[in-house]
Ligand binder design. Structure first.
Ligand SMILES: [Zn+2]
Length: 429
């Protein structure tokens, strides 16, 4: 395997500074082993004229929802789920999930994302796709108990735990898993109380949707007499390894609780805006010391998986939410999409430094929309897009070189996704 040198680029360092350097990767270890001038290795990847950045982290998505991209837009969350998304998802097959996942993985590789968290169904198919693609992921089966009898509900949670136990550490450790009860309203209290301790015993983190919109918060307050996150903590949730998607509607006490526990939040600004869920208090979370990552959520509520868009949206909506143009600055947005995301998912990635996982992307800087180059951190957030990425590397393996995906056949993946999406809509009709 030997070494790979990412040569002649400018390199974004963890402190936000940028300098000209080569990055040498120990491919056997999958780690960065040196950063400096004129490094030599067994192979080279040309980064001249480019910017080397940590691979982006998409910390909350449902990848196979790429098949549902554009089928139902411009509706509020509950109606969108009940009238459109859930009826379609009921017709998903393993091969549909495989095809939709591979489409999403190609999209992520092509936009410089190297790690993601996925909550969905038919998860062994997602494992197989991730293994082949070369990406890094935290995966879980989205357990839902609402509308099921006690036996079926229990089986849902057992299936989620069994998946997480079986596949943790798969793909040479690139795949980690989590117990993923869908949300505090779609999984009943008795099942949280029964199965969260089992996840703890298996050393698994827990990932769920929480405090996404007002309609989701109100019934919890009504039924349990406390705010959702106090209720979650009461049910054994909110450990330091756990992470919540959305966390839009938070009382002050809930922000303090997250900070005390060290529980991560995955901010999904595009999904929150598109479903009119609300504006998450991101600057307040950052100020309180809550670990914050970024996520696209599924492609049906975004409608793409490009984390560059998420950085821009996070910075823009963060200013509106704080009523302060200095809130969620460019450096904060980059940190949430790189080191912050990696930390929330429990990966030693997100930083170009010796010893870190060799997960990185190289951006072309010669496009008109990236000219002139007064401030490249600003460009990453406010001007760059996924299509500016030239190379993507994960775990020391080149996943895309000169915009050609190396690990999946992008054209065949697209063809299969089109046919599976068509068949899925036919079945549902
Ligand atoms: Zn979601």
């Amino acid at each position: 395997m030997g070494t790979l040198v990412v040569k002649d680029g400018r390199v974004l360092r963890p402190d936000g500074s940028i300098d000209r350097a080569d990055v040498r990767i120990d491919r056997t270890a999958g780690r960065i082993d040196a950063i400096g001038a004129d490094l030599f290795g067994d192979d080279h990847l040309d980064a001249s004229g480019g910017l080397v950045v940590p691979g982006l982290v998409n910390a909350h998505t449902h990848v196979a929802m790429t098949l549902l991209r554009g089928v139902a837009d411009d509706k509020p969350l509950q109606a969108w789920l009940e009238e459109d998304i859930w009826p379609l998802e009921a017709h998903l097959t393993p091969s549909a999930v495989r095809a939709g996942t591979e489409l999403g993985l190609v999209e992520m590789i092509r936009s410089g994302t190297t790690a993601f968290a996925d909550m969905y169904f038919h998860m062994p198919e997602v494992v197989a796709a991730v293994e082949k693609s070369g990406l890094r992921a935290r995966l879980g089966y989205g357990s839902i108990t609402v509308g099921k009898d006690a036996d079926a509900a229990r089986q849902e949670c057992r299936d989620g735990l069994a998946f997480a136990r079986e596949y943790d550490g798969a793909a040479d450790g690139r795949i980690r898993t989590a117990f993923m009860p869908h949300s505090l309203t779609t999984v009943g209290e008795q099942f949280l109380r029964e199965f969260v301790p089992e996840a703890r015993a298996a050393d698994l983190p827990v990932h769920l949707h929480a405090n996404e919109n007002r309609e989701e918060v109100a019934p919890i307050v009504e039924e349990h007499g406390q705010r959702p996150l106090a209720y979650a903590a009461d049910c054994g949730l909110l450990d330091a390894d756990d992470f919540l998607a959305h966390a839009v509607h938070l009382a002050d006490g809930e922000i303090d609780l997250l900070a005390e526990r060290g529980t991560g939040v995955v901010h999904c600004p595009a999904s929150n805006m598109k479903l009119a869920s609300g504006m998450a208090p991101v600057q307040r979370l950052l100020d309180a010391g809550v670990p914050v990552a970024l996520g696209t959520d599924g492609a049906a509520s975004n409608n793409d998986l490009d984390v560059f868009g998420e950085m821009r949206d996070a910075a823009l909506v963060g200013k509106l939410a704080a009523d302060d143009a200095s809130a969620v600055d460019a450096q904060s947005a980059v940190e949430m999409a790189t080191a912050g995301g990696a930390d929330v998912l429990g990966f030693e990635s997100g930083r170009i430094e010796a010893g870190a996982n060799a997960d990185l992307a190289v951006l072309d800087l010669d496009a008109p929309h990236l000219t002139p180059q007064h401030d490249l951190v600003s460009h990453l957030v406010y001007a760059a897009r996924g299509s500016d990425v030239r190379h993507t590397v994960c775990d020391g393996q080149v996943l895309m070189a000169d915009r050609e995906v190396q690990t999946l056949d992008a054209d065949a993946v697209r063809e299969r996704a089109i046919s599976e999406a068509t068949a899925l809509l036919d079945r549902a009709a």
